[in-house]
Design a protein around this ligand. Structure first.
Ligand code: SAM
Length: 222
């Protein structure tokens, strides 16, 4: 069978007891970056064999991995941080397993968008998860689509594009739309700032304030 195992998005304590047990018990762990994951596994004294599974090899190795599982292997998939398959590799392998009738279990656990959404103070009863916007082609079209949504939406963005992204959101959603920038979740310098897009643009115009990993949560169209 295949286990999808969430790993911490910053704070190493954010891993469940079941996740640690599964990672110890499986025959093989597939990891996005084996160097990153080796550090996490060493921290918990887990010495299960590791193999890399990432955006550049997933198409080539998915079928062979599924065949291994059909032959009786139990495999866990992890990503560098958070839940595999959420803006990370995982979908192709899960789809292959589901099509072949291989059992798939995703453990509940860390992911960046849930704490950002829930602590933003914006409605979280209904929401749209967008993940990363395309950098160039198609970006404007997605922004127009998102601006018209009547529910809160969630984006992943790099610190290098935060200011530009906030400016583009203000252009499409209007400067008075409320949003939240959630930075460095679960880490020492965690910061959540909810305000109008205009005020967020002003605040994050100071480059020293834009550091680390970022989730943007935007209020829906009223
Ligand atoms: N699989 C992950 C998940 O479940 O959330 C997402 C992986 S995606 C490649 C990485 C992006 O997630 C970052 O660029 C950032 O937008 C967001 N992210 C990850 N860790 C974060 C953190 N500690 N604080 C804020 N955002 C974070």
């Amino acid at each position: 069978m295949l286990y999808l195992v969430p790993t911490p998005i910053g704070n190493l304590e954010d891993i469940t007891l079941r996740a640690l047990r599964v990672l110890r018990e499986v025959g093989l762990i597939l990891a996005e970056d084996t160097r990153t994951s080796r550090k996490l596994l060493a921290h918990y004294q887990i010495d299960t064999p590791l193999r890399s599974y990432h955006a550049h090899n997933e198409h080539a190795v998915t079928v062979a991995l599924a065949e291994q599982m059909e032959g009786g292997a139990t495999i866990a998939l992890i990503s560098d941080a958070g839940t595999p398959g959420i803006s990370d590799p995982g979908f192709l392998l899960v789809r292959e397993c589901v099509q072949r009738g291989i059992r798939v279990e995703c453990l509940p656990g860390a992911t960046a968008f849930v704490p950002a959404l829930v602590a933003s103070g914006l409605p979280c009863d209904k929401f749209h998860f967008e993940g990363f916007l395309p950098h160039k082609k198609g970006r404007h079209g997605r922004l127009e689509y998102l601006a018209a949504l009547p529910v809160t939406f969630v984006l992943y963005e790099s610190p290098y594009r935060l200011l530009k992204c906030l400016q583009q959101l203000a252009e499409t959603c209007g400067p008075d739309r409320k949003a939240c920038v959630a930075r460095e979740l679960s880490k020492i310098y965690e910061e959540l700032r909810t305000d109008t897009l205009e005020a967020l643009i002003e605040y994050y115009s100071i480059p020293a304030r834009v550091k680390g990993e970022i989730v943007i949560v935007v209020d829906g169209k009223k």
